[in-house]
Write a protein that binds this ligand. Sequence first.
Ligand code: PLP
Length: 437
Amino acid sequence: IQVDISMNELQQLDKQHFLHPSSSIKQQQEHGPAFIFTEGNGIYLKDISGKKVIDGLSSLWNVNIGHGRKEMGQAAFDQMSKLAYSSCFATFSHEPAILLAAKLAELTPGDLNATFFTSGGSESNDTAIKLVRHYWILKNQPQKKKIISRTKSYHGLTIGATSATGIKVFRDFTQSLAPDFYYADHFSPESLRELIEVEGPDTIAAFISEPVQGTGGVLIAPDGYFQEIRKICDEYHILFISDEVITGFGRTGKYFGIEHYGVIPDMMTVAKGITSGYAPLGGVILSQKIHHEFIELSTETLFHGYTYSGHPVSCAVALKNIEILEREKLVENARVMGEELLKGFQWLQKEHEIVGEVRGLGLMAAIELVQDKATHTRFAKPLAPTIATELMKRGLNCRAVVLEGADTLVFAPPFIITPKVVNRMIEILHDTLSIVE
Ligand code: PLP
């Protein structure tokens, strides 16, 4: 879009007409948007004033192949010109959705093999919740409808996904959400077991969790955690859903986050990295076992589906995105560059009094801010938002996480990152932390 309009005018229009997602309405009215981005190129974003920043969060953990890829635009153009839209309801189908579903069966671990497409992560988790409940109805156990997730988890903001989200502020936003949701302690298989025993295994449909909790502040489960979770789910006949909305398609240095633990979920939800943000798309991928049970037991229409389930343009874009990931070996690069980034963070930890724990898996990484390293005491008022603002001034985009008592900076740069840009990120962090200290 070509516009001949000043930054000031755009800010006024923004204030008057645009209700921003996950943002402060008051702040918007007081200050207007601080950045109006106009261009993205590789690892960089540029705003209307010409300021260029490293996109250290891949925007919303999603622009994994980097910005401004012409061949992604070409794939969308070609598909729009050939068949912009047709439905996949009932007896209709189209090539991009079929080919993408087949590609996902090939890429995902174990026997995961059939995909239900959605438009994003929240819809995917709502769909998974509905599918597991429907599954237990088909299995003549309709009382199995409770969903267990974890504290500090984030699964999206549609009603079902919000209900499954462990971070409480999202649930407190409205009064009544879906009933029958429970939260186990985020790193504790014992807590899951206890919850199951208290609630009764015959009432529980599924356990859902992110392999690495992203919005919670890049919280990485200890070795052995998911192996234990898988055992518990099998023991009590509870389905295990892996929410790979952030971790899917290479973010952790393997194609899917759960692969670090060597277990196979019954369902996997994906979005974001499936298209690297070039078009909205999500999906729920079912294991062959669950898929076959659906085939055997279903007698009626699957009363669930969206107009844009399997949008042809989004599917064509996803196929091109996966082709690029494979051709440029970007998942491997995410692993290698993730190790470099973590080394840089470990150096910052030695250099700076306020850097507490640092952690990372692939290109998902975090820095905890502390007032006192020895006692892990946090600042009375979290420092991460101020540091994130200062980082942005110096050309680095990241996210400040302050929910649930965190004071954390999180990073998830595009997989095309080079050692030079990793070093630049560390330099900017070093300078900024020195000024704040
Ligand atoms: N699940 C996880 C793990 C997420 O991080 C997110 C978004 O950040 C979602 C689900 C929701 O995805 P969307 O914003 O595409 O609805």
